[in-house]
Design a protein around this ligand. Structure first.
Ligand SMILES: Cc1cc2nc3c(=O)[nH]c(=O)nc-3n(C[C@H](O)[C@H](O)[C@H](O)COP(=O)(O)OP(=O)(O)OC[C@H]3O[C@@H](n4cnc5c(N)ncnc54)[C@H](O)[C@@H]3O)c2cc1C
Length: 371
């Protein structure tokens, strides 16, 4: 269920393994909304050649700003800027090429057991229908109806807003800028160039209206005019969501945003959603316990720990964080990407042990705020 990143990636992998697959999508046709995304180089190893066309720019440097301070990080392997509408189109081609069929204007409504597997209730072209299947994969996003129908608790979400802007003259097209302004958001603002002319300026907040208001005032401060808006609610990972449930003799799985497979430190869900999709495809093809899911769980857990350490940071903590990023720590951040967070974290702490103390203080502040 869901013909977006995670659903189409699952479909292509299961169909390639020789199983019959049908993808159901509620939208009337394959017309994915444009969205500028940044991913690590790990994306290249996940994708077949056709999806490489979705890469529109490469990022070689990060600049971090907080309270008048800044730090630059040179990336050893560039991050990639991808255009989501191109990616989804390429993934749909791949899924079809592998043998999957795609049905649009088809909405999932509910699921229950039948004698063999699962009975699905759907609405297609305005008419209610029943379908039968051995397994269902919910790739229907953060507000997953599949998850709700199969008894998973809802995942918490936060608002993400992005505006396409003219790239400021002083911003090189290979450099992503990040601002930590804890009075505005416990997350951050970013500017990711998609070309020499345009970039995506964005923010993640906690409350929709408040996030939009602060974002507009940030745009004004930076003297940037929004050319287009992009946005949606993003799941917050707060612990592993078991990806499989049994209903009668059938199996229901979740992948991508539906299973909160999002790195909650940076709120990126493409690479991790693909990992979840691959893991579920392996499980469906009965290739035994999936290493991919074990690795993904560990990865998401590390990002959750980093988020908890950062989430209650005040201005002085961010200032100290940026001050602690000496040459050696910046090298670590430039050498190891954020889809290998455990290795990155240990390497960083080994080179700058005071970061560990800062992180522990952050965790303690979070604990106190909870109590
Ligand atoms: C503005 C923005 C910027 C982002 N930037 C980044 C970034 O830079 N890097 C990164 O890694 N991630 C980023 N993300 C997150 C990333 O886009 C998501 O994690 C990812 O797209 C989730 O993919 P998905 O396939 O799991 O879900 P979705 O893309 O939400 O797809 C769900 C699909 O299911 C369909 N559907 C829903 N309900 C039903 C139903 N009942 N029946 C049938 N079909 C249904 C929907 O129409 C949709 O096609 C960003 C998100 C936003 C909003």
């Amino acid at each position: 269920m869901g013909a977006s990143a995670a659903g189409l990636f699952t479909a292509a992998n299961v169909a390639r393994g020789g199983q019959p697959v049908r993808v159901l999508e509620s939208k009337p046709q394959l017309e994915p909304a444009p969205r500028t995304l940044i991913v690590t180089d790990h994306f290249r190893s996940q994708m077949a050649a056709s999806a490489q066309h979705s890469i529109i720019n490469e990022i070689r440097r990060f600049e971090l700003f907080t309270d008048g301070r800044s730090a630059q990080i040179a990336l050893k392997t560039p991050d990639l800027i991808i255009e989501r509408s191109r990616l989804i189109t390429a993934l749909a081609q791949e899924a079809k090429h592998a043998g999957a069929s795609l049905s649009f204007d088809t909405r999932f409504l509910g699921v229950g057991p039948n004698e063999r597997g699962l009975r699905l209730e759907i609405e297609s072209g305005g008419k209610r229908q029943e379908l039968h299947a051995d397994s269902v994969v919910g790739a229907d996003g953060a507000a997953s109806r599949v998850a709700r129908a199969a008894g998973w608790p809802p995942v918490e979400t936060v608002p993400l807003v992005q505006a396409i802007v003219h790239l400021p003259k002083d911003c090189p097209p290979d450099t992503t800028r990040v601002w930590f302004i804890p009075d505005d958001t416990p997350y951050f603002y970013w500017l990711i160039p998609e070309s020499a002319e345009r970039g995506a300026l964005g923010v993640i907040g906690e409350h929709g209206r408040d996030t939009k208001r602060r974002f507009e005032s940030f745009l004004e401060k930076k003297k940037l005019e929004p050319l287009e808006w992009q946005g949606a609610r993003i799941p917050v990972y707060r612990g592993w969501v078991p990806v499989r449930r049994q209903i009668g003799n059938g199996e229901v799985y979740l992948v991508g945003d539906a299973a909160a497979q999002v790195k909650v430190s940076t709120v990126g869900g493409i690479v991790t959603g693909f990992r979840g999709a691959l893991g579920v495809a392996q499980a469906l093809l009965k290739k035994g316990a999936s290493n991919e899911l074990t690795g993904l769980r560990c990865e998401l857990g590390t990002h959750w720990m980093i988020r908890r350490a950062l989430h209650h940071f005040q201005q002085k903590d961010y200032s100290q964080l940026v001050d602690l990023l000496d040459t050696s720590a910046r090298e670590s951040l430039g050498e190891i990407h954020r889809d290998e967070s455990t290795r990155l974290l240990w390497n960083l702490i080994r080179r700058q042990p005071r970061l560990l103390l800062l992180g522990l203080r952050g965790l303690l502040m979070g604990q106190r705020a909870k109590n």
